[in-house]
Design a protein around this ligand. Structure first.
Ligand SMILES: [Zn+2]
Length: 461
């Protein structure tokens, strides 16, 4: 028996969770949290569709919460085996899982205090203790090395780009006289981004589980360096503050790297960059530790010290030094999390600076529906933050071209070396319209049989 079931990222982007069962082993590929609108987040509270105690091992593709955020719950409900992942993923996950647990605990506490819960008591999805337990079960594993799970199943990680340490998973099952290979794409990254490695093309496989986040979209040709050059030169000319909300994992490091590059290339004069996110600072340390997992030319940037820091970069860990930034005069850049403005220190900067017409707020990338980021991107003239009505007098711009996801042309490039058609491609990890566009493209251009699984669908391989 080889059975594959889809318990998340089926007809949607988040909650990645695929269970592969054989006669004597069961491997869970990713254990992600559902994120986004309430109807999707609600899946986080459904009973687990399988017995956590029967899972032999977990293989985690990368550290984004929609791929690892449900590991603490799995552990709490009885999973006691190893959760394999790459070395940087283990380091990043120990930061992001604890951060997610704190946010859950704070949110539950706030809801109970304000009596905002429909239940008797609001509960966090998982606690810091649950996160610690999950982190203890993580088992860092190098790329390309086969890991056996029982006698008839093995897997290995392939480089996916996307974010530091991200992987695709190749699983080989050999039982009852059959040899079957299944490739799970993970989240496929883009080409030529020095903060990660290029995605490695998939090996020949019988079945392919392929993501489709941008299955029907292209990123366009906006050059983020050109956009930053214009924004920063404008901030310098007007002696103003450029406020950049950025994700703590990956986006903050990417933008800091681009700014330092622009200074080195003399496209902009040196400007102070204030990174106001303890989590982003911890994540930056992980980048500095794992030079083998990205392609930044250390010689070119002067070698010593952390590759993502510079003379002009100031790191703010303490709350007190974050508050002091309220008095900061331009020209300067403040970068803070969260990226979509759903929480974190960026909120106090927005309360302070949105009413100021000299400030520019540069939104970095896609803003999901229902977030404060989306309301600003949509041009709202006043917004509510912490129950205060804040007038939006600052200039708000959206930067594109910073995405860590392959668009459909890059996904096709990734698939190009795969000459033999898989027996079936399961198209997952996309809003339905994106998965349908990707499947249609694979059917038309490659004549590959495709299927978009539904939530909890079980496929016999
Ligand atoms: Zn991801």
């Amino acid at each position: 028996m080889i059975q594959l079931s889809f318990h998340g990222a089926a007809g949607m982007v988040t909650g990645s969770k695929y269970l592969l069962r054989t006669n004597d082993a069961s491997l869970l590929i990713d254990s992600g949290m559902f994120q986004g609108p309430g109807r999707i987040r609600q899946f986080n509270w459904d009973p687990l569709p399988f017995d956590a105690g029967t899972v032999s091992a977990v293989a985690l593709t990368h550290t984004h919460i929609d791929h690892i955020g449900s590991l603490p719950r799995l552990v709490k409900e009885g999973f006691s085996g190893p959760a394999y992942c790459t070395v940087p993923t283990a380091d990043l996950a120990s930061i992001s899982l604890l951060d997610a647990a704190h946010l859950q605990e704070e949110d539950a506490e706030y809801r109970n205090r304000k009596k905002l819960t429909h239940h008797e008591v609001a509960l966090p999805l998982f606690t810091s203790d649950d996160a610690e337990q999950a982190i203890n079960q993580m088992n860092p594993t190098p790329f390309d090395s086969w890991v056996s799970v029982g006698d008839h199943l093995k897997f290995r990680f392939h480089r996916a780009g996307h974010i530091l340490g991200a992987a695709g998973v190749e699983v080989a099952v050999s039982e009852s006289g059959r040899d079957v290979t299944i490739m799970f794409s993970g989240d496929v990254g883009r080409y030529g981004n020095p903060l990660v490695v290029d995605p490695e093309s998939p090996p020949p496989c019988d079945y392919l589980v392929c993501e489709s986040t941008y299955g029907g979209r292209l990123h366009g040709d906006e050059d983020p360096k050109a956009v930053l050059t214009e924004l920063i030169n404008d901030a310098i000319a007007r002696k103003s503050v450029l406020l950049i909300p950025a994700f703590a994992v990956s986006r903050t490091q990417q933008i800091t790297y681009l700014i330092n590059g622009l200074i080195r290339e003399k496209r902009i004069p040196p400007i102070d960059v204030h990174i106001d996110s303890p989590m982003a600072i911890s994540v930056t340390d992980v980048y500095c530790k794992h030079h083998a997992y990205h392609e930044i030319d250390i010689k070119q940037i002067g070698g010593a010290g952390c590759i993502l820091e510079g003379k002009n970069v100031y790191l703010h860990r303490k709350r007190k030094s974050s508050k002091l930034l309220n008095k900061l005069k331009g020209p300067a850049i403040i970068m803070s999390a969260s990226g979509m403005l759903t929480g974190g220190r960026i909120l106090h900067h927005l309360i302070n600076r949105l009413p100021d017409p000299s400030t520019t707020v540069a939104l970095a990338g896609y803003m999901a529906e229902g977030t404060l980021g989306r309301r600003l991107a949509d041009g709202e003239t006043e917004v509510r933050i912490h129950k205060q009505v804040i007038p939006v007098k600052a200039k708000v711009v959206s930067m594109h071209g910073l995405s860590g996801h392959a668009d459909y042309l890059e996904l096709m490039r990734w698939l190009e070396p795969l000459k033999d058609a898989p027996r079936k491609v399961f198209v997952t990890h996309g809003e339905l319209s994106q998965s349908e566009a990707m499947a249609q493209r694979l059917i038309t251009e490659k004549k590959w049989p495709c299927h978009i699984p539904e939530m909890h669908e079980v496929a016999e391989l």
